[in-house]
Ligand binder design. Structure first.
Ligand code: NOJ
Length: 455
């Protein structure tokens, strides 16, 4: 019994630079906006930061071997922009060499490198961050420099990870670096991120037509609590900025009309220039899907107080309604059926017609792990989570979806942004001495990766 994935389906796991590397000021690395944000009192649980993290900068060879031992065929990691380019735009040789050695080590262990160019650690020195159109131009220079050094060995490139987080969560809700709370700035940031993506796809494609190029978006499907007009409308508005704000310009070359109308006066005038949307909709090979949960919403009643600094800038009246589902340690509902429906919707609406493949570039869960006397974590809840979501992926493939791979988040426990180290997403435990100890989920998932079979 159980299910079998098609021959060639990719299994792997993912991390990001700031969450695991440490060495925050080593070998010429400059500050990113996360180094700066972590110094803001109260920004991060327990005042933690990524200064040491998992010390992957010094333990990358051990980590590459760990991936191979676990049977992972693919490893998605990110490059830290301020580690490889200084504030004058010159290459920092030692920083670039770190990624070159990491890639070599992965290849020596038969693990295919999957490189994300931007996982949120913007150089702090860039004036205005993503509010500034010039940052998108600087991003292309950075991307081209990384391709020049690693493009002979890295075949799969993701421009951005979760631009919704780098825009609406960072510039409207203030929860992520740089911690601003201005809705109009968040729209500017989102557009400039998409522009950086589009220009980079054009530049990398021109330099190497054989590389696989894509972007990773986080999808949180929004469903209405009831069939009332008010609840349906609030769910539509959340979905508009959370999901379609990104998929529509990338796949159809236009921002969704309802989102433009909902945002109305908030939309900065002159933001979108001629040819921007043509660049943003440059064809991509892979759409990376990060899925953790689905959210149900109802509309707040007129006298109900709502959160003023919300990432849902077109739906400040959205109130999440919890369903009768298990919760992870993040308080996120476990809803694997939502992943199946999401993949089917994406394939039918966007990626299928465009001939773009889907890969789940992140899926996983934080749970309240307990280590036994030997340091081993028997995380049955995480195994159940992964099994159920892999089942949902398989159902989407059965329904005709072109889904080519699944990367578990995360290879190891790491710095969970504003939650610090309090939330553990790893299939591998990282203990106080920074030892890597595979959990039951790593052993189970490794078997899946080796056989393509889910029990
Ligand atoms: C998505 C982000 O890409 C990743 O950095 C984060 O740790 C996970 N979600 C879990 O929240």
């Amino acid at each position: 019994m159980g299910i079998d994935f098609p021959e060639g389906f990719l299994f792997g796991s993912a991390t990001s630079a700031y969450q695991i590397e440490g060495a925050a000021a080593e070998d010429g690395k400059e500050d990113s906006i996360w180094d700066v944000f972590c110094r803001v009192p109260g920004a991060i649980v327990n005042g933690e930061d990524g200064t040491l993290a998992c010390d992957h900068y010094h333990r990358y060879a051990e980590d590459a071997k760990l991936l191979a031992d676990l049977g992972m065929s693919t490893y998605r990691f990110s490059v830290s922009w301020p580690r490889v380019l200084d504030s004058d735009g010159a290459v920092i040789a030692k920083g670039m060499d770190f990624y070159s050695r990491l890639v070599d080590e992965l290849l020596a262990n038969d693990v295919a490198p999957w490189l994300t160019l931007y996982h949120w650690d913007l150089p702090a020195a860039l004036p205005g961050g993503w509010k500034n159109r010039d940052t998108a131009k600087r991003f292309v220079d950075y991307a081209v420099a990384v391709q020049e050094h690693l493009g002979d060995r890295v075949r799969t490139w993701t421009t951005l990870n979760e631009p919704w987080c780098s825009s609406f969560l960072s510039y409207a809700a203030g929860v992520h670096a740089p911690g601003e709370t201005d809705p109009a700035s968040s729209i500017a940031a989102a557009h400039h991120l998409l522009l950086a993506h589009g220009w980079t796809v054009q530049a990398l494609r021109q330099a190497d037509p054989t590389a696989s190029l894509g972007i990773t978006l986080n999808f949180t499907p929004a469903i209405p609590a009831t069939r009332s007009d008010a609840d349906s409308d609030v769910a539509r508005r959340v979905d508009g900025t959370a999901n379609r704000f990104f998929t529509d310009p990338i796949f159809t070359g236009a921002y969704p009309a309802d989102v433009l109308s909902d945002l109305g006066e908030l939309w900065p005038s002159g933001l979108v220039q001629d040819d921007d949307l043509a660049a943003i909709s440059a064809p991509i090979d892979v759409l990376g899907v990060n899925y953790y949960t689905t959210n149900m919403f109802r509309a707040a009643s007129p006298d109900e107080a709502t959160d003023c600094a919300t990432p849902h800038i077109a739906a400040p009246d959205a109130v999440q309604v919890l369903r009768d589902l298990p919760l992870t340690e993040m308080g996120w509902e476990v809803d694997p059926g939502g992943l199946r429906d999401l993949l089917t919707w994406l394939h039918t609406t966007y990626t299928g017609p465009a001939g773009t493949a889907l890969v789940i570039t992140e899926n996983g869960a934080a749970f309240d792990d307990h280590a036994d006397a030997d340091g081993f974590v028997s995380d049955v809840d995480r195994v159940d989570y992964l099994r159920a979501h892999l089942g949902a992926v398989h159902e989407a493939i059965d329904a005709g979806g072109d889904v080519r791979g699944y990367l578990a988040w995360s290879l190891m426990d790491n710095f969970e942004w504003s939650y610090g180290y309090s939330k553990r997403f790893g299939v591998v435990r990282v203990d106080e001495q920074l030892r890597r100890i595979p959990k039951a989920s790593a052993l189970w998932y490794g078997e899946v990766a080796r056989t393509g079979h889910v029990d």
